[in-house]
Ligand binder design. Structure first.
Ligand code: ADP
Length: 980
């Protein structure tokens, strides 16, 4: 091992001699080519190196003979090659420690080295090495590794430090390539680093770099290397000086710091005072995807957003130039996604005792979220403004103190104010004076309490100067700490709503007045059945107040009859399901009397726009009386029904103008054969069931019905279903005016009619049978009268006269009977002749006067008109009337006959002063066989046929007969005949 004090080996200038090699020389001789490959080595060379010449030849001199390598020799070789001059060098063999003198001489394409072993250095060279020795000592004390390398990287010399570190001997390394020997640099990466550094140094620059080496197993040394080229006079690289400072301890300390920094959940980096960024923590590398090496210096800037690069660079420049502040926002690219995120980069300088900046410590904080949030807030504020301008309300914003900072355009349009007028507190001048105090009170309370508020007030409209109602709402917006940032609010125009409310209020008032006025019980309930309103009637009747009933549901009201609860509930259910009107009859208790009365309860739902029921409006109408009437009616109807169903007489219901028989009981059906179906179909009309000649009878009855509500029963024949005619007696009452309904009672008259027919037939037959014997008798009496007169037997004559008178009576009777029979059969015959009425009447009066001396027959006036008619029959009329007048006035003395005439009629009145006729029987005396009942009348003989025949004859002549009478005073019969 060479000592550092042996200085000559390091003296590159000590070269003097050039020797030509000689094989035979006792000294070692090497012939090398330009690449320092051994071409030849003599025997002495073997002695010097310990290696056989054949092994040496073909190998590099520096590698094959490490014990001979030295910087001085290397320098001499280089010099010889360049100068092509003989050179001499002296140095200490690194291996043997002996002084060697080498003569170098150029050859064609190479040179020779001639070695001489020496006892010590030549005298003239001693001084310089001593200085160098001092220098080497200094180097050793610095604990810096120091090496001298050829430009190819072959170790020429080195100090103790690397040898100690590697624990190797000098000869093991001298002459070897620093890079290629794997035992020194285990890692290929380190080797590459060296190679690159040596290559750069060869270009003339000083190369600095950090490197980690492994000089021996288990040892790791971090070095800060600097390779500086040594240039010759021609600026060629002569050799390289490599200084390596062991920074392992510092590295370890840094590693600890870095481990610490790596643990920080932030991007951290350090920067040298000159701006060189020498460290990025793991998190930084993880984020950017760069290796720590790639980030060194300005390497990290590739991750910076291009737009931010210039700004960040100038900021860094300003920071390192001394303003001491380094803070900026920048975008860093994410290694995996390639997207940029915003970071806040901040660096602080660490200074030494002298105040010099030693290092910058920096952090990069991800502020993407904040940036985005800020962006969002910006966007949302923009959106808010757009919204505020769009909504149909007045929108405002104030400072936390309540000073208006913003009104939307709608405010300015409405109020017609300028922004200056409306900002701050200015807006309040647009308030209605009546609302001013209250509004400001509410607003100030809200500001003080920080509570949202709602208020209605009127704002002045700029254009019209009128006021409209607004609903103002305000609320504070707070930051995360709860501090109020702003107040936001809107004013919504509710003028329409207010007016509607007012109208509603008025209409409600009207409803209340109405509800209180009507005679019903009125109530309003909510959809849940709770009462909202009841009128006074309701309270009076139920004896309850609205308050009392509000807890009850209206399907279980206490004043409702329990028997009605169930049906009521079903009714409510139905109404709720169908939404139809609720309608129910139920009994409600009168609170005062305790009695239940029937009510018709009705309720209608009121719905909102969505169709939801919001209220039920109900009324209870007292129908107790109606119910009673209904009951009575029902009972009476039942009785009528019983009567109808008794079928004693036929009963039909006749309806409509055509008088259709729509309903009939069994008796009617039985009588006529019409079925109920036929009747219900409306086919059985009056016209169809009577013959046309009977129509006047019905017409008369109808008039009577319409006037008196009923008509006198009359006999008529109805046509049965089988076409036969049934005689019936028909009576009727008008049951209903509109539509007209008549109830007719129909009595089967066929049996009576049959009897009458037989009686008539008998009378007719009997009178015919009586007529012939009577005629014979009359003739016999007449003959006898003539014989007696002839014979002069006067005494027999009165008896005969009485007999003749009786015969005449009977004869008249029979005539009348025959007349009645003929009338009945419609066969009474009339002659058509001109009748001198005056003459006829006088003749009759005279005749009558003769036979009835008891009364004086007075004829007054005259008609002086000839009539066309049957003289005998007309005579029969007046004979009968005068006869009756005499007969029914036994105590009177006169009977008067008054004759008068007009252009159209003649009138004959026959007046007596007798019994008179009771009013109720006056119409009946013209009926067949009718006689006035009464003791006096009974005593007067008669059969009730005279007036019947009289009426028939007058009727035939187109005239009328009427009677005026006063009982006990007498009667006047008036016959009016048309003159024609
Ligand atoms: P009679 O044969 O009964 O007289 P009439 O047909 O002539 O029949 O008269 C009918 C009835 O009218 C009589 O029974 C009588 O009661 C009443 N009557 C008729 N004429 C008179 C009269 N002039 N005064 C009172 N009653 C009269």
């Amino acid at each position: 091992m060479l000592k550092t004090t042996q200085l000559t080996r390091l003296t590159p200038e000590s070269h003097k001699t050039l020797l030509t090699i000689l094989e035979t020389l006792p000294e070692a001789l090497f012939v090398l080519d330009d690449a320092a490959t051994i071409l030849y080595a003599n025997a002495s060379a073997q002695a010097l190196t310990g290696v056989a010449p054949e092994i040496l030849v073909g190998n590099t001199f520096w590698r094959s003979a490490p014990q001979l390598v030295s910087t001085a020799l290397y320098q001499a070789v280089c010099e010889t090659k360049q100068t092509r001059a003989l050179t001499e060098v002296q140095y200490v063999s690194p291996v043997t420690g002996t002084w060697l003198q080498v003569h170098l001489s150029p050859t064609l394409g190479g040179l020779t080295l001639h070695f001489h072993e020496m006892g010590g250095p030549a005298h003239r060279q001693e001084i310089v090495p001593e200085r160098e020795s001092l220098y080497m000592d200094v180097l050793n004390t610095l604990h810096a590794g120091f090496m001298i390398l050829t430009p190819e990287g072959i170790v020429l010399d080195l100090n103790e430090v690397p040898l100690d570190d590697a624990q190797i001997r000098r000869e093991e390394i001298v002459g070897k390539s620093l890079v290629e020997d794997p035992w020194w640099f285990f890692s290929p990466a380190s080797q590459a680093q060296f190679r690159a550094a040596i290559a750069r140094a060869n270009k003339g620059e000083t190369v600095r770099f950090g490197i980690t080496i492994h000089p021996r197993e288990g040892m790791e040394i971090h070095l800060e290397e600097a390779i500086t080229p040594h240039l010759d006079a021609k600026h060629h690289v002569d050799y390289l000086v490599m200084v390596a400072i062991d920074i392992t301890a510092r590295k370890r300390a840094e590693a600890e710091i870095h481990a610490l920094i790596d643990a920080i959940p932030q991007l951290v980096w350090t920067m040298r005072p000159d701006g060189y960024v020498d460290y990025h923590n793991q998190r930084w590398c993880d984020y950017t995807g760069l290796s720590p090496e790639e980030t060194q210096g300005d390497g990290w800037i590739q991750c910076l957003h291009p737009e931010d690069r210039q700004r960040v660079r100038s900021m860094r420049q300003r920071a390192i130039q001394g303003d001491g502040v380094c803070e900026t926002e920048m975008r860093l690219r994410h290694g995996t996604t390639g997207t940029y995120r915003w970071f806040l980069a901040r660096a602080l300088p660490v200074r030494d005792d002298a105040g010099q900046i030693v290092k910058w410590f920096g952090t990069s904080t991800d502020i993407e979220e904040q940036k985005q949030a800020a962006e969002r807030i910006k966007t949302s504020e923009q959106n808010w403004r757009i919204l505020a301008e769009t909504v149909p309300q007045l929108v405002w914003m104030t400072s936390p103190e309540g000073l208006v900072e913003y009104w939307n355009q709608r405010w300015y349009d409405y109020t017609g104010s300028s922004p200056e007028q409306a900002s701050g507190h200015g807006w309040s001048q647009f308030l209605h004076s009546d609302d001013y105090q209250h509004t400001l009170r509410v607003w100030h309370h809200a500001l003080a309490s920080g509570e949202a508020y709602e208020i209605e007030y009127r704002l002045k409209e700029g254009q019209t100067g009128g006021y409209r109602w607004f609903l103002a709402r305000g609320m504070p917006v707070r930051d995360e700490a709860g501090q109020i940032l702003k107040w936001f609010g809107t004013c919504t125009d509710i003028e329409e709503q207010k007016q509607t409310e007012q109208r509603l209020k008025e209409s409600e008032e009207r409803f209340r007045v109405l509800a209180e006025t009507v005679p019903q019980l009125v109530w309003v309930t909510r959809p849940n059945g709770q009462h909202e309103y009841t009128n006074q009637h309701w309270c009076d009747y139920t004896g309850l107040t609205l308050k009392q009933i509000q807890s009850d549901r209206w399907d279980q009201l206490p004043f409702m009859h329990p028997d009605d609860w169930e049906s009521n509930r079903a009714c409510i259910q139905h109404a709720l399901e169908t939404g139809a009107m609720y309608e129910h009859e139920q009994r409600l208790r009168n609170a005062q009397t305790g009695e239940y009365r029937w009510f018709l309860v009705r309720a209608l739902p009121m719905r909102d726009e969505a169709g939801q029921i919001v209220r039920w409006f109900g009324t209870c109408t007292d129908i107790e009386d109606q119910k009673r009437i209904e009951k009575a009616l029902r009972e009476s109807q039942e009785r009528i029904r019983a009567l109808i169903d008794s079928n004693i007489i036929g009963i039909v219901s006749v309806e409509g103008e055509k008088e259709a028989l729509v309903e009939g009981n069994d008796a009617w059906v039985h009588m006529t054969g019409y079925t109920r179906e036929e009747m219900r179909s409306g086919a059985v009309i009056r016209e169809k069931i009577i013959s046309p000649e009977q129509a006047p009878l019905f017409e008369h009855a109808r008039q009577e019905l319409l006037t008196y509500g009923q008509h006198t029963p009359f006999e008529v024949e109805v046509k049965c279903k089988d076409g036969s005619y049934l005689p019936v007696l028909v009576g009727g009452v008008l049951f209903q005016e509109q539509p007209r309904q008549i109830i007719s009672f129909v009595l089967d008259n066929s049996a009576r009619k049959e009897l009458e027919r037989r009686k008539d037939a008998f009378i007719s037959m009997a009178s015919h049978e009586l007529k012939n014997p009577l005629a014979a008798l009359k003739m016999q009496a007449s003959l006898l009268h003539r014989q007696l007169t002839k014979q002069g037997t006067q005494d027999q004559l009165p008896a005969l006269a009485r007999m003749e008178a009786q015969i005449n009576k009977v004869n008249r009777l029979v005539e009348e009977l025959l007349d009645v029979s003929k009338i009945q059969a419609g066969r009474l015959e009339y002659r058509q002749e001109t009748v001198d009425l005056d003459a006829l009447l006088r003749e009759i009066a005279e005749t009558m006067q003769q036979t009835h001396p008891s009364h004086r027959i007075l004829v007054r006036g005259a008609v002086q008109i000839n009539l066309l008619g049957d003289r005998d029959r007309l005579g029969q009329v007046f004979t009968n009337l005068i006869s009756n007048a005499i007969k029914y006035s036994p105590d009177a003395q006169t009977v008067e006959m008054d004759l008068s005439a007009s252009a159209e009629t003649v009138t004959i009145r026959v007046t007596d002063h007798g019994l008179g006729i009771p009013r109720e029987q006056r119409d009946k005396i013209f009926e067949r066989f009718y006689r006035v009942t009464g003791p006096k009348q009974k005593a007067i003989p008669g059969l009730g046929m005279g007036l019947y025949i009289v009426a028939e004859i007058v009727k035939h002549h187109g005239g009328t007969i009427t009677v005026e009478s006063e009982v006990g005073k007498g009667s006047t019969f008036t016959v009016t005949l048309p003159t024609r």
